[in-house]
Design a protein around this ligand. Structure first.
Ligand code: ZN
Length: 222
């Protein structure tokens, strides 16, 4: 499929990465959580970003590390107190991300900064594709070693993209280049050394993020 007017990412040009948790019902249920009454969101540090083709490094001694394939929104202009009706006008486009998560730390800590914040825990890209409404019904698929493990449509989000943007900008200003991960479908699972992850977002065109998994022991940068 053809990709038009897209730009490469990274480099990351924004000021923050925000992530929405528990935004697909089957995923909320698979972890035994309850459906949130309002959007539940958090941030990942910019130091966690890597690009497509780069290695996710599994830290040793922190328990199970999971993949979460997600669709990501990229903001085009400064946004504050948006109404749901105007929110889509503030999108540059969409891309793909992985919200890598140390699942046991997430439960243990009660808040998620450490569990979601390790270096390499936010693979992102490889392109920002200009926003069109068809992306709101795109199909999101995660493949682990060539096998489909997550598959859902963006139309199943509990909180829609306009609702999320209105909710977030009631709290903080979004800047051009800021990225929002919209949540993961059911089918999350653990990673091990040697795994290959592929996350695909398909609508009028297709975006594919691919990353390799290595354990910290094997890493030249550890
Ligand atoms: Zn997530």
């Amino acid at each position: 499929m053809e990709i038009k007017q897209s730009r490469k990412i990274p480099p990351f040009t924004g000021t923050k990465i925000l992530c929405v948790g528990r935004n697909y019902k089957p995923h909320v249920e698979e972890l035994g959580n309850s459906i949130p009454k309002e959007p539940l969101w958090f941030s990942k540090p910019l130091s966690s970003i890597i690009g497509s083709g780069e290695k996710i490094i599994l830290p040793e001694g922190f328990g199970r590390i999971d993949y979460e394939g997600e669709m990501a929104l990229v903001i085009s202009k400064k946004a504050r107190n948006l109404s749901p009706n105007e929110a889509l006008d503030f999108l540059e486009g969409v891309t793909v991300a992985l919200d890598i998560t140390a699942r046991e730390l997430q439960k243990q800590d009660g808040q998620w900064t450490r569990a979601k914040g390790f270096d390499t825990f936010c693979p992102l890209g490889p392109f920002v594709v200009p926003f069109e409404k068809s992306w709101l019904e795109a199909e999101l698929t995660t493949e682990l070693n060539g096998k489909t493990v997550q598959k859902d449509s963006l139309s199943s989000l509990i909180f829609s993209v306009p609702t999320l943007l209105a909710h977030i900008t009631r709290v903080m200003t979004l800047e051009p280049g800021d990225v929002i991960l919209t949540g993961t479908p059911a089918g999350i699972g653990p990673l091990k050394h040697g795994d290959v992850l592929k996350v695909k977002l398909s609508a009028s065109s297709e975006i594919i993020l691919e990353n390799f998994v290595i354990s910290e022991k094997q890493s030249p940068v550890a």
